[in-house]
Write a protein that binds this ligand. Structure first.
Ligand code: SF4
Length: 217
């Protein structure tokens, strides 16, 4: 796929999203608050957008930073974030993350990918998304949607999200890095779904080789 085809594809993806509600993390990121974004990313793993948003809406009025979060008991924190997936584990992880932020970064969220990746419980997806949304940094956030769709297009050929990120870093023009996740998440939730994608309604029908796609509609 050359860059002109890629540009056409991404323009069509954007058009297909129309007035679709943006992903939860884009909404949470609108305030550009690094702590909220980092916590929101961790809460959002394997959790529906509306559940993440309501957990954040309960949590953030009382928690403005890591010291506030550590003042909550584990039981209180679990109650605030319930029913996000694995809420007990996530409550523990959030406490651990906040202690780490205080001990090593004076309670501030660090601004580089390398430092973000040293935080307890922070993986590449969260680090990249925090870098992009909080600091306008150059990251590529590869979640399950980006990994799946980039491989279905044949734009990359990678077995894991980490490999997809590395492949994208080599070939995706930088002007698309920051928005790639937002576009593909929305597209993956509405059209190029994990199971049985809606190929008959897809604006990329003529461009997509549907690599690895079995049943589709
Ligand atoms: S044609 Fe099907 S597999 Fe390809 S992008 Fe569209 S929905 Fe996804």
């Amino acid at each position: 796929m050359n860059n002109r085809t890629l540009a056409t594809i991404l323009a069509r993806v954007e058009k297909s999203l129309g007035q679709t509600t943006p992903p939860a993390m884009v909404k949470i990121g609108q305030k550009r608050d690094p702590f909220r974004i980092l916590v929101g990313c961790l809460l959002s793993a394997r959790t529906r957008d509306e559940v993440t948003e309501s957990a954040c809406a309960r949590l953030f009025p009382q928690v403005k930073g890591p010291r506030d979060l550590l003042k909550l008991s584990s039981r209180q924190l679990e109650r605030e974030i319930y029913p996000v997936a694995f809420y007990r584990n996530k409550a523990k992880a959030l406490k651990s993350l906040c202690s780490d932020l205080i001990e090593r970064f004076d309670g501030q969220v660090p601004e580089t990918l390398e430092e973000l990746l040293t935080l307890k419980g922070v993986g590449r997806k969260t680090a990249n998304l925090t870098l992009i949304l909080a600091f306008d940094g150059m990251g590529i956030c590869v979640d399950t949607h980006v990994h799946r769709i980039a491989n279905r297009w044949g734009y990359v050929e990678a077995a894991t999200p980490e490999q997809t990120e590395q492949a994208l870093r080599k070939k995706l023009p930088q002007k698309y890095w920051q928005r790639f996740n937002e576009l593909l998440v929305g597209f993956g939730q509405t059209i190029c779904k994990p199971m049985s994608p809606l190929c008959s309604q897809c604006p990329l029908d003529n461009y997509c080789p549907r690599i690895g796609v079995g049943k589709h509609r």
